[in-house]
Design a protein around this ligand. Structure first.
Ligand code: ADP
Ligand code: MG
Length: 383
């Protein structure tokens, strides 16, 4: 962190002179609660100790001048709709400015230099970190923090929709904006209510193993999953599967396809698993948390069928070594597993997982240790 900050400050000074203010926001993990968002269920994310950090200063102009250290590119753009920059990284920042303006907020010209250590495209939501960092900063610099935090998350989400072509839900931006050290957040995707739960796994680490595979599938598997869920909900006469129980589902088992049955079963069980994990965390029972993570993996793999060989392999390696919990994180068909690992097993697990995966698939997975940390914030001098 210190070196990232020093680097940003040095480059900012070289390019723009007098220092500005430093802001940061975080990437995120989701401990449990997968494919639940569009079924009105719960997700359970937390911000991590990997951030995008930006130094920002009003420049008295009607344009934004911004340098990306990691991409080593400079962009300059105005604040009107037709001024959209061509670089994709800059479109995130432009989108944030526009979405604030569309909501009646103020954005004027500024200079910025930014960098980050959220791995790009690994499922940790570097884009949400980038959006939240600038949304938080512009709220602080130009709007006296009058835009509430939920709106900041929506500003990030709308940026993805309207300027980056990604039709995402709210979880990533929510986690990045609301993240709090030592806490996960249960977000109710139906009511948008949320609650913090303590996450201080003393004696354990959270480790992501990125398979670095992404299977592109025909026939839009996500839409098919959604359609199954919607069909079953309709049959049950409920708006979403959030309102269904296993008893309800079993009562119509004979009237729906086996495929739809197993899709709905996963969603209904996953909703309950999130609640069980919340209880376990309140009791400080990380063994139960781990058990639920394995159950989620099993459900995603066998019932929802969104796993792939590589992720099942990583899950098996974890299970064989006695890792406390392991599951696919994210939509599936590639990406990461998230693992809850006892400290004394940590190094062995990484060594074995990397070696065995490499032997079988010909490339090494990437490993990211993560700690649940603060989300969007102003960086104080001491940080
Ligand atoms: P992720 O799953 O990490 O959110 P996305 O494809 O949604 O992956 O977002 C990645 C994009 O966000 C990058 O292509 C880039 O435009 C932008 N981005 C993320 N991190 C940085 C960074 N450190 N510097 C510049 N741009 C970044
Ligand atoms: Mg993203």
């Amino acid at each position: 962190m210190e070196s990232m900050k020093a680097k940003i400050q040095k480059i900012f000074k070289e390019r723009f002179g007098e220092p500005g203010t430093l802001y940061a926001s975080a990437g995120r993990i989701n401990l449990i609660g997968e494919h639940t968002d569009y079924n009105g269920g719960f997700v359970f994310p937390g911000a991590i100790d990997k951030v995008i950090m930006a130094e920002i200063k009003p420049n008295g102009l009607d344009k934004v001048r911004v340098y990306s250290i990691d991409i080593n590119e400079y962009a300059e753009f105005g604040l009107k709709e037709e001024d959209a920059p061509s670089q994709s990284w800059a479109r995130y920042i432009f989108g944030i400015c526009r979405e604030i303006q569309k909501r009646g907020g103020t954005v004027k010209g500024f200079d910025a230099v930014f960098a980050g250590n959220v791995p790009l495209g690994a499922g940790l939501s570097s884009s949400a970190a980038l959006e939240s960092c600038f949304a938080f900063a512009l709220n602080d610099l130009y709007n006296s923090n009058s835009i509430d935090k939920f709106e900041l998350a929506k500003i990030g989400q709308s940026t993805e929709h309207n300027y980056c072509g990604v039709n995402c839900g709210i979880m990533d931006q929510f986690a990045s904006v609301f993240g709090r050290k030592g806490n996960l957040m249960r977000l109710d995707c139906r009511s948008m209510e949320y609650e913090y739960f303590p996450f201080n796994p003393e004696g354990y680490k959270l480790v992501l193993v990125d398979s670095r595979v992404k299977h592109e599938l025909k026939d839009s598997p996500y839409n098919k999953r959604r359609e199954s869920c919607e069909r079953v909900a309709k049959m049950l006469g409920v708006e979403t599967l959030r309102d269904a129980t296993m008893e309800n589902l079993n009562a119509i088992k004979g009237e729906i396809t086996a495929e739809d049955y197993f899709r709905a079963k996963f969603v209904i069980e996953e909703k309950q698993r999130v609640l069980d994990v919340c209880d376990a965390l309140n009791a400080g029972d990380y063994e139960t948390v781990g058990k639920k993570m394995y159950e989620t993996h099993e459900g995603l793999s066998k019932d929802y069928e969104v796993s792939c060989e590589e992720l099942d392999f990583l899950n098996d390696v974890a299970k064989t070594l006695g890792v406390t919990g392991s599951r696919i994180m994210g939509g599936g068909f590639g990406g990461c597993t998230i693992n809850l690992v006892k400290n004394d097993l940590h190094d062995d697990f990484i060594e074995v997982a990397v070696r065995k995966f490499n032997e079988k698939y010909g490339h090494e997975p990437k490993i990211y240790d993560v700690v649940i940390s603060d989300g969007a914030r102003k960086i104080e001098e001491a940080e």
